[in-house]
Ligand binder design. Structure first.
Ligand code: TRP
Length: 372
């Protein structure tokens, strides 16, 4: 049943095309864990795509997955600030909360209740072999908690409560999406009377009774933004350009970022990770494709200058990043000036999510016969 990666890529490309023609056939669900502030990687990797969905008229919901914060850490330190910051950055990137539903899953009891029947549909063995859960448990260096083991099922509830059928994801989220597909299919079979086995094309014969769609992955083609030192952009490495930083803070961070002693600038990610990361980031912020060529061009531009070297590279990177982020930062500052408005937007998103979730939970209970 498990799709190969190649099959997922192929299907994702086909959906990408169909999305332009039939946006109304899709319901996108995407989101993130509020473990910190959003950075340049988030803007290129997911926020820009969300704005594109909105412009294309694809109904889209964004979950801020606060319960997922305690999968690999003990506390929800700073979660409130992180959540408000995420809302501010989504709005600053261009999301219209009236068009795109933005909510916190902890505030939607009906969503969380779906977890109970969903847990009945998966086996312990299936949960234990999820490679992403294994990797995250190892990275956290702690014993596997019940929530860590089952959070992919909870994530299925994030997706299915609003009948999301398209989830923009990176490769690491594919195992979770497979669980969401399994949960949807098994629920439909077991409680909806849907028979997937008997039609020639594999579609359920009595599809009308299916409560849940089987969500597809939309694999990201977005540019990968390296951290300033060439490693993954991450809070723990101190190599992330946050969207909410000031221009001066950005300049100071880049000043500290590691380069090397070679004066000639060249794009060579393996041997010169710091220099190469700055070249890639400069290219992306100048609106170029990070294809190696753009980076080489910027390197040539620097080498042609009498003041060539890492200092000039950093100057150009700082200019490109700050110039690119200036409009986002201006909008963000404006939005943050009204903390009550941010809270009101989130509350309204939560309330709308509850309406949708209550509707779905009603269908689930009718399908299961738990109606009294
Ligand atoms: N697990 C995702 C991440 O770490 C965040 C997430 C939570 C999510 N619920 C989701 C993503 C539902 C897509 C759909 O990035």
């Amino acid at each position: 049943m498990t799709d190969t990666y190649e099959a997922s890529v192929k299907r994702s490309l086909a959906i990408e095309q169909d999305l332009k023609i039939n946006p109304q056939n899709y319901r996108v669900l995407t989101g993130e864990r509020p473990t910190g502030r959003l950075h340049l990687g988030h803007l290129f990797g997911s926020l820009q795509a969300r704005v594109r969905f909105q412009q294309q008229g694809v109904p889209t919901a964004i979950v801020i997955a606060d319960y997922q914060v305690i999968t690999d850490r003990d506390t929800l330190d700073d979660v409130q600030n992180n959540v408000y910051g995420i809302v501010a950055d989504n709005l600053a990137a261009g999301l219209d909360p009236e068009k795109t539903m933005l909510f916190c899953h902890s505030q939607v009891p009906e969503l969380n209740q779906l977890l109970l029947p969903f847990l009945a549909l998966v086996s312990e063995a299936e949960l234990r072999r999820n490679p992403t859960v294994k990797a995250e448990t190892e990275a956290a260096g702690r014993t596997l908690s019940g929530l860590m083991l089952t959070y992919p099922v909870h994530q299925a509830a994030d997706i299915l409560f609003c009948k999301g059928n398209l989830v923009p994801v990176g490769k690491d989220q594919l195992p979770h999406l497979e669980i969401a597909r399994v949960v949807a299919r098994r629920f439909n079979e077991r409680f909806g009377g849907v028979d997937y086995g008997q039609s020639a094309d594999g579609r359920p014969r009595n599809f009308a009774q299916a409560v849940f769609p089987e969500p597809d992955a939309l694999l990201s083609k977005a540019a990968h933004v390296p951290g300033l030192d060439g490693r993954k952009m991450s809070k723990s490495f101190g190599n992330a350009v946050y969207l909410g930083m000031t221009a001066d803070e950005t300049a100071a961070l880049i000043k500290k970022s590691p380069t090397d002693a070679e004066r000639q600038i060249a794009f060579d990610p393996e041997n010169r990770p710091g220099v190469s990361a700055l070249l890639t980031t400069t290219a992306l912020c100048r609106g170029l494709e990070a294809n190696g060529e753009s980076e080489a061009q910027i390197a040539a531009e620097i080498n042609a200058d009498p003041k060539f070297g890492a200092g000039l590279l950093k100057k150009k990177a700082t200019e490109a990043i700050n110039e690119f982020l200036a409009p986002h930062r201006a909008r963000r500052a404006e939005i943050e000036r009204d903390a009550d408005a941010i809270k009101a937007i989130l509350r309204r998103g939560n309330a709308r999510a509850r309406e949708v979730a209550a509707q779905t939970l009603g269908e689930v209970q009718r399908a299961m016969g738990t109606v009294y």
